[in-house]
Design a binder for this molecule. Structure first.
Ligand code: SF4
Length: 64
């Protein structure tokens, strides 16, 4: 890592891309998104994270 904007979410094994700079973190099961969650019938979602984010649960992707 070379700086604060080089977070590892975009390289993490638990990251699944949604858009160019965001994705869903699948480290843990979905969390409750609120009764008024507009797009979901079930109201449970994986957290959306930036590719530049990071957390202490980071794991590198499995070897190809
Ligand atoms: S670094 Fe943490 S928040 Fe980011 S995708 Fe990995 S587990 Fe999720």
């Amino acid at each position: 890592m070379t700086g604060q904007l080089d977070g590892p979410c975009g390289r993490c094994r638990y990251f699944r891309a949604l858009e160019a700079s965001t994705g869903a973190c699948h480290r843990y099961p979905p969390v409750f998104a609120g009764e008024s969650s507009p797009r979901e019938a079930h109201h449970w979602r994986f957290p959306v994270v930036s590719i530049h984010g990071w957390c202490g649960e980071y794991q590198p992707p499995p070897e190809a």
